[in-house]
Design a protein around this ligand. Structure first.
Ligand code: ADP
Ligand code: MG
Length: 252
C-alpha cells in the first residue's frame, strides 16, 4: 500500500506545486511507482507535467463519484510517474464539498481504490485551508510543508499547525508531519540564512536537512511541461530535489 504525502501550506507561491512535481518525478526516477494528484483548480502541477489544463476526466469527476480514480489517471513522460489531473472545474468542488456533510473523506475513499498500484502518492494542495486541503489531509499519511525562505515565512505556520492538530484529533489520527521544507533559498543573502535559522530553531527536528535553492532552471521547467530533472539534470535545483527524494525514501 502506497504512502500518501500531502504538500500543504495555505500561503500561495511558497513552492508547493514545484515540490510536488519535482519530488514525485525524482522518486519515480529512483524506481518507485508514483502518482501525483493535482487538487488545485489552477492545475499548475497538471500543466507542469505536460498535460492539458482542461484535462477530462479530472480529479473533480473522481471527487463527485462520476468517474473511478483508475479511469482518470494518465501516464506522464516520466517512467513510473502517473498523474491524476486537475482542471478549472475543481473550483466548484470547493463550494460543493463545503455544502455537503461528511464529505471530508471523499478523496481518501477514492484513492483507496488505487493505493496498491503505487509506492508513493503525492497530493498538490491549493493555497487555502478549504475543503480540498482538508480532504487531502484526511487522505494523507504525512504532510510536507514548504516554507519560502523569505521574510514573513513563519507567518501562518501556527495556524497551519493548529489545523493539522485538529485533523489529527478529529479526522485522521494517522497524520504525521514529514517535515518543513525550506524553498527558494538564496545562499547569497543574509535573509535566507536568517529565515533558515529561525525556522530550525522554532521547529527543531521538523525541518528537512535538504534545502531547495532558488534556481532559475526550476522556474523554467514548467513552461516545457517537464520536471527540472529533465529540463536540466545537473542544475542545483535538480540535485536538491533528488536529495529530498533520497531523504524521504530513507525514512521509509
Ligand atoms: P505554490 O504552489 O505554493 O503556489 P509554486 O510551486 O507554484 O508555489 O511556486 C511559485 C513560483 O515560484 C513559481 O513561479 C515557481 O516556478 C517559482 N519557484 C518555486 N520554487 C522555486 C525555486 N526553488 N527556484 C526558483 N523559482 C521557484
Ligand atoms: Mg500551487
Amino acid at each position: 500500500m502506497g504512502t500518501i504525502y500531502a504538500i500543504a501550506n495555505q500561503k500561495g507561491g511558497v513552492g508547493k506545486t514545484t515540490t510536488a512535481v519535482n519530488l514525485a518525478a525524482c522518486i519515480a526516477e529512483a524506481g518507485y511507482p508514483t502518482l501525483l494528484i493535482d487538487i488545485d483548480a489552477q492545475a499548475n502541477a497538471t500543466v507542469a507535467l505536460g498535460a492539458d489544463k482542461n484535462s477530462e476526466p479530472s480529479v473533480y469527476d473522481v471527487l463527485r463519484g462520476d468517474v473511478r480514480a483508475a479511469d482518470a489517471i494518465v501516464p506522464t513522460q516520466i517512467d513510473g510517474l502517473s498523474l491524476l489531473p486537475a482542471n478549472p472545474d475543481l473550483a466548484a468542488a470547493t463550494v460543493e464539498l463545503a455544502r455537503e456533510s461528511s464529505s471530508d473523506g471523499r478523496l481518501r475513499d477514492a484513492l483507496a481504490t488505487v493505493r496498491d498500484d503505487y509506492r508513493y502518492l503525492i497530493l498538490d494542495c491549493p493555497p487555502s485551508l478549504g475543503p480540498l486541503t482538508i480532504n487531502a489531509l484526511v487522505a494523507a499519511d504525512r504532510v510536507i510543508v514548504p516554507v519560502q525562505a523569505e521574510y514573513f515565512a513563519l507567518e501562518g505556520l501556527a495556524g497551519l499547525l493548529e489545523t493539522l492538530t485538529l485533523i489529527q484529533r478529529r479526522l485522521n489520527p494517522q497524520l504525521a508531519i514529514a517535515g518543513m521544507l525550506l524553498t527558494m533559498h538564496d545562499t547569497r543573502t543574509r535573509l535566507s540564512h536568517d529565515v533558515e535559522n529561525e525556522v530550525r530553531q522554532h521547529f527543531p527536528e521538523l525541518v528537512f536537512d535538504t534545502v531547495i535553492p532558488r534556481n532559475v532552471r526550476i522556474s523554467e521547467a514548467p513552461s516545457f511541461g517537464v520536471p527540472v530533472i529533465h529540463h536540466d539534470p545537473h542544475s542545483s535545483g535538480a540535485t536538491a530535489y533528488f536529495d529530498l527524494a533520497k531523504e524521504l525514501v530513507a525514512r521509509g
